[in-house]
Design a protein around this ligand. Structure first.
Ligand code: NAD
Ligand code: DAU
Length: 361
């Protein structure tokens, strides 16, 4: 039995970010009868420009606000009769969490608690909203820590977070789980591997390398470049989330991944080679691989991630549709086709533009 017919008013948090904006676009196209409210603080990572193509859809409402603002969140639950939450909002960059963990504790832990408490009040204490509800918490494989040469993360792997970011996400997962066990809040958690694709903020490895390589800048590779990440095309992550919303079991956790393990150095070399093919070598005539620089390692750098996505495949029938070879070409083509988006994000001008647009709303 699926939830389609009962999912009416969806609160998406962090929908102006990378994965959230891809999700909002996909959900509006796949769920014609749903209303979607996007609550986003518009931090440096939030960009309503990611959603210009759907911003006038009558089923869509954007609210600039903080998930830690309990009064605002409670008001949204009541006014919009929210029956489904898809919680993306977070501070998401590991390097930033090392430089300044406080925002990660606030948004990722206190923010998640604020949303859970609002859902509990609206759905269980006041029971003001009829029908089936779901609180889907979007989390990460980083909560499981670091793997050696072999093995994969399953849903029963012991949590072992090692950065302030992953510790804050692990904490939020535990809160979600506690709200299910203690109060019976209808929660579900997804733990996904590294995403890549359109609208990825160019502080993260793949978009940073694409942008630097295009502009003839150094390509920083941490440590020996042999750390392994397991890559998933972002739209496949979004279809997994829709699948879990429809069919996922209450209180369950699902690992999501694309079975695409790559060393960082392979990723960087692949991006260089595809760009050389598409736009030619550097003006000096050298290949873009000549820009690679091995730099000081990230403190506590997790060595390897690998997701076993067998449960979501076997129980819910989800599997990724885009191979890494296809996805990386699609991604590079998107960045080549959207230089204005990249320029505005890199120079920060998108923030001022939207600050003025939303001032006083
Ligand atoms: P992102 O940094 O691109 O976007 C985060 C969004 O949250 C931004 O729009 C930002 O403005 C918003 N936000 C931040 N703090 C907020 C607050 N206090 N109130 C309201 N909005 C706030 O992140 P992303 O890469 O799209 O990741 C989204 C979610 O998916 C995160 O929870 C992350 O942990 C998880 N995740 C990411 C990946 C990945 O590879 N990017 C993989 C697995 C899980
Ligand atoms: O695994 C899921 C996680 O993937 C998400 O939970 C995070 O939100 C997301 O940011 C991502 O975390 P990573 O730390 O794996 O992603 P990042 O793109 O920052 O780095 C990928 C790998 O590349 C990592 O091993 C560090 C390395 N790296 C990164 C940057 C930015 C470099 O070698 N050079 C770089 O300049």
């Amino acid at each position: 039995m699926t939830r389609d017919s009962r999912m009416k008013n969806i609160l998406v948090t962090g929908g102006a970010g990378f994965i959230g904006s891809n999700f909002v676009r996909l959900a509006l196209s796949r769920l014609p009868d749903c209303r979607l409210i996007n609550l986003d603080k518009l931090t440096y990572a939030g960009n309503p420009g990611n959603l210009v193509d759907i911003q006038d859809d009558p089923r869509y409402r954007f609210v600039q606000g903080d998930i830690c603002d309990a009064a605002l969140v409670a008001e949204l639950f009541a006014d919009e009769q929210i029956d489904t939450v898809v919680h993306f909002a977070a501070e998401s960059h590991v390097d930033r969490s090392i430089d300044g963990p406080a925002e990660f504790i606030q948004t990722n832990i206190v923010g998640t608690f604020t949303l859970l408490e609002a859902a509990r009040q609206a759905w269980l204490v006041n029971a003001a909203v009829a029908g089936d509800k779901r609180f889907l918490h979007v989390s990460t494989d980083e909560v499981y820590g670091s793997l050696g040469e072999t093995g994969m993360f399953t849903e029963t792997t012991r949590y072992d977070p090692r950065s302030p970011y992953s510790a804050s996400k692990a904490s939020s997962d535990h809160l979600v789980s506690a709200y299910f066990h203690t109060y019976g809040l209808p929660t579900v958690i997804t733990n996904c591997s590294n995403n890549y694709g359109p609208y990825h903020f160019p502080e993260k490895l793949i978009p940073l390398i694409i942008n630097n390589a295009l502009n003839g800048k150094d390509l920083p590779v941490y440590g020996d470049g042999k750390n392994v990440r397991d890559w998933l095309y972002v739209v496949d992550h979004c279809t997994a989330i829709l699948t879990v919303l429809h069919q996922g079991g209450v209180g369950e956790t699902y690992n999501v991944g694309g079975n695409n393990e790559k060393q960082n150095i392979e990723i960087v070399q692949t991006v260089c080679d595809i760009l050389d093919q598409k736009v030619g070598p550097l003006p000096s005539g050298e290949p873009r691989r000549s820009l690679i620089r091995f730099v000081k390692d990230r403190p506590g750098h997790d060595r390897r991630y690998a997701i076993d996505a067998g449960k979501i495949a076997a129980e819910l029938g989800w599997k990724p549709s885009v191979t890494f070879a296809e996805g990386i070409v699609k991604t590079i083509e998107w960045y080549l086709a959207n230089p204005d988006w990249v320029a505005a994000v890199v120079d920060g001008s998108y923030q001022e533009y939207y600050r003025q647009m939303y001032a006083g709303r």
